[in-house]
Ligand binder design. Structure first.
Ligand SMILES: [Zn+2]
Length: 254
């Protein structure tokens, strides 16, 4: 008999317990982002809203490799960008983008953004993704294009415009920049990021084959989106990745 149990959605007895859980998921997501090659120098961030103080969010320390991040390395930032816990600085762009999204979308508990290569390549085309595969339907009628590159995001105003473009969607393509995903849990936001990057890769490959990729028709895409694109499906899809990265790199929990 296997001692492994099927995954079930977590319940918490205290905010402390929920915070620890969230930070473990964040550290694991960073290690996975590293494994999938989403690192580009110091670019990229993942935020998680504090379960007890919704105006605070947890984020990666600016300049620390995704591949080294442990639970104890995560820093906590307030709505003005001040680090309230941790010794490392915060990335100004992380603060500007994420604080505005967390403010505009109370339902968003986590947001992810990196300069991963396929998302970045796709973002230069200035188009949203097509429903070409079952997986890509997760983004059907549920992602936006931020079509207005004005340099490195440094200020709150730019963050607000990205939050406006994102609107009620789970993801946005930031033109000439990269991808951004959000979720009701860290698990969900991280999974949408990983699968969106792959979706960009698949569409780039299909179009590069000089064929005419055939889209899934709208009605089927909408039906499939309900199955593969709902929050629970996003959360569940992250679980095997979490288990594997913790088994391979248990120090991430330190
Ligand atoms: Zn960026």
């Amino acid at each position: 008999m296997s001692d492994r149990k099927p995954h079930s959605y977590p319940r918490f007895d205290s905010p402390d317990e929920e915070r620890t859980h969230m930070k473990q998921r964040m550290a694991a997501a960073f290690r996975l982002f590293d494994r999938f090659g989403f690192n580009e120098g110091v670019a990229g961030h993942l935020t998680g809203r504090d379960p007890e103080h919704p105006e605070l969010f947890w984020v990666n320390p600016f300049g620390l490799s995704f591949g080294l991040i442990r639970v104890s390395d995560l820093i906590c930032v307030d709505h003005e960008g001040k680090v309230v816990e941790g010794d490392w600085p915060v990335n100004t762009a992380a603060f500007a983008i994420h604080s505005q999204i967390h403010q505009a979308r109370p339902d968003v508990k986590a947001a992810a953004h990196t300069h991963s290569p396929y998302g970045r390549a796709w973002s230069t085309l200035g188009r949203t993704l097509d429903p070409l595969t079952q997986d890509s339907c997760a983004f059907f009628e549920d992602h936006a294009l931020f079509d207005d590159f004005t340099g490195v995001v440094l200020d709150i105003e730019e963050g607000r415009r990205i939050a406006d473009a994102l609107d009620g969607n789970k993801a946005a393509i930031l033109r000439n920049h990269g991808l951004l995903t959000v979720g009701g849990t860290v698990d969900e936001a991280a999974w949408w990021y990983i699968t969106m990057e792959r979706t960009c890769q698949v569409q780039l490959m299909a179009e590069a084959a000089h064929g005419e990729p055939v889209c899934i028709d709208e009605e089927q895409a909408r039906r499939t989106a309900k199955m593969v694109g709902n929050p629970m499906a996003g959360w569940y899809s992250f679980q095997p990745l979490y288990d594997k990265i913790v088994a391979d790199q248990p120090d991430l929990l330190d």
